[in-house]
Ligand binder design. Sequence first.
Ligand code: BGP
Length: 487
Amino acid sequence: MGKFPEGFLWGGATAANQLEGGYLEDGKGLSVPDMIKGGTVSTPRVITSTVHEGEYYPSHVAIDHYHRWKEDIALFAEMGFTCYRLSINWGRIFPNGDDAEPNQAGIEFYRGIFEECRAHGIEPLVTLSHYELPYHLAKEYGGWINRKLIDLFVRYAELCFTEYRGLVKLWLTFNEINCLCAPFGNVMGGGILPPGDNVPLAYGDPHAMAWDDPSKRYQALHHQFVASALAVQAAHRIDPANKVGCMIASRAVYPYCCRPEDVLLAQDTVRMATYYCGDVHVRGAYPRWAPRFWRDHGIEFVREPGDDAVLAAGPVDFFSFSYYKSSTVTTDPSVPIAGGNVFYDDAKNPYLEVSDWGWAIDPKGLRWLLNELSDRYQCPLMVVENGLGAADTVEKDGSIHDPYRIDYLRDHIEQMAEAIDDGVDLMGYTMWGPIDLVSAGTGEMKKRYGFIYVDKNNDGTGDLHRARKDSFYWYKKVIASNGEELG
Ligand code: BGP
């Protein structure tokens, strides 16, 4: 097994809308996730057109990090984090997205967090857009379908680069930008709203799919690519020490069997899962197979003259991605489809266990993916999300034993070490959700990723106190030994 290099970044990742709460405090405007309610598998998430009084919206209080961030960062520091990935909620900085002046209280809130991180020797890694579009931009502009959002985003990004110059050097533009390649990306990724009230968002739900228009999604995605490339250039201009990465939801993709049809489908799937967006971000151009993909799927969108030059001029400095699971694909309809909250019509892989939410657990897939990305992009890579969503039990004495989480993370860290030995240039690892937070996919609290337990339930009850799980002490040792003691 390889060794992790000196200075390897170890930590965890969160997103503002999933942990902060304080959804209208100190001048913040409504964001798209603030309109999403529900949060159990039996009451799936829906988006409403107004906030329904008295109903439970998970982001409104979330885990109240807005008032407890010092305590939370101190716990991250206690584990020895050298890096903390978090997002800035755009609506704290520009409450409506198009305001003439920024909201000073929002700017100061994040400054406090970054200073606190630095005081603990933690390098902040900041996502500018993690499913957090100001609701006004979704409602009045149509979300990212509207080209005006490019300028509004770049203005917001420039303000962040200027305000936090010297405090933040590592940036990501759009979280999991490739979620716009699939219908469920409409709302969270693109701010493209459905008509009506109480509209389901669950993957596969016929109502959720009925209003989907792929051309609109790919238009929105194109605007994000242009905005990202402009932001990369601005970041470098404002502070040459800035490094900006892309962030792509990635998975290993396997053919179910060696039938050439399955192999071709796997190739097609990984292209659309990862390379479509990766190529634009890293190589600065759409891949050569994109025009055929657009034609075959009836996708039409506007690329203005000059856009290609902008993309070419704004390649990212590093490639970051989330990795939770692998996908197995087949053209054979008789092969059983995997169940659970999986987002894709994956075949059931007979060689892999799945999480309680149906995600295929596949550490070796991470090594495969790291090698593929390294060969293709030849740039530094970073795993900025990885983890196991699981229900935890609090014992009578308050302890929380989570060996399943330790096993999952250990197995993935081991495979990262193998990939480093394979020659992969890996910068760091921020596992997802070091502290329990709201699930992006289901809105649940029960789907916990954290080393730190938060007393909050799916219905919003709980006193929000924090508690260290067994995995907390385990990760502390991992970091202290720079990945040697995985015990
Ligand atoms: C990614 C998102 C995160 C996060 C994670 C886990 O897609 O970037 O925001 O939540 O997945 O997913 P879930 O919360 O659905 O378990």
